[in-house]
Design a protein around this ligand. Structure first.
Ligand SMILES: Nc1ncnc2c1ncn2[C@@H]1O[C@H](COP(=O)(O)OP(=O)(O)OP(=O)(O)O)[C@@H](O)[C@H]1O
Ligand SMILES: [Mg+2]
Length: 171
């Protein structure tokens, strides 16, 4: 199997970024790692917050605040027996610190949403799904890519579900 082709999705507004998170939430399972790339203010936390809240909702749990982990580095949630790790590594001192936080184990056992994954260098899991959030004056866009073929069916499902959710949300 070949790696999936990159998927480019326009994000017209903040609601679209959140909708991508809610659409992706039920498609993930323990051991899935999402590397959230992009500059300051690109929408990484906004996306992760919507995803986590949808996953909690899907497990029948009450909505929870999902603060940016920019100071705590990691916030952990649990939904229906699966942990969700939300990390912001911008302030990570060095790669060894990521290990001390327990990230290497979490990559195997939890759903991990990692902002500023560049800080992990070579330690970033090779079979992760990358979401590169980008913006200029004109538009915001996200590019989803992976080198592991196992993401192919998920990206196809996501593409369909995201288009359908847009159609439902359209005036
Ligand atoms: N598609 C979009 N169009 C317009 N605004 C958006 C879009 N997506 C998110 N935003 C807004 O961008 C702002 C910054 O988003 P967010 O905090 O998620 O950025 P971030 O990538 O996590 O930044 P940092 O690197 O500082 O953690 C938020 O106010 C959010 O509502
Ligand atoms: Mg953030």
């Amino acid at each position: 199997m070949t790696p999936p082709a990159p998927l480019l999705l326009p994000l017209a507004d903040a609601e679209a970024t959140a909708r991508l998170g809610t659409t992706l939430a039920p498609l993930l399972q323990a051991g899935d790692v999402l590397l959230l790339e992009g500059p300051i203010g690109a929408g990484k936390t906004h996306f992760a917050r919507a995803l986590i809240q949808e996953r909690l909702r899907g497990a029948g749990l009450l909505p929870e605040d999902v603060p940016s982990p920019s100071f705590t580095l990691v916030q952990v949630y649990e939904a229906a027996g699966t942990e969700i790790w939300h990390a912001d590594l911008f302030r990570l001192g060095n790669v060894a610190e990521a290990d001390e936080l327990g990230l290497s184990d979490a990559f195997e056992t939890a759903i991990c949403l990692i902002e500023w994954p560049e800080r992990l260098g070579e330690e970033a899991p090779a079979d992760a799904l990358r979401l590169a959030f980008a913006y200029d004056d004109e538009a915001r866009i996200v590019t989803l890519s992976a080198s592991a073929p196992r993401w192919q069916p998920l990206l196809a499902d996501l593409c369909r579900a995201f288009a359908a959710s847009h159609a439902r949300g359209a005036p």
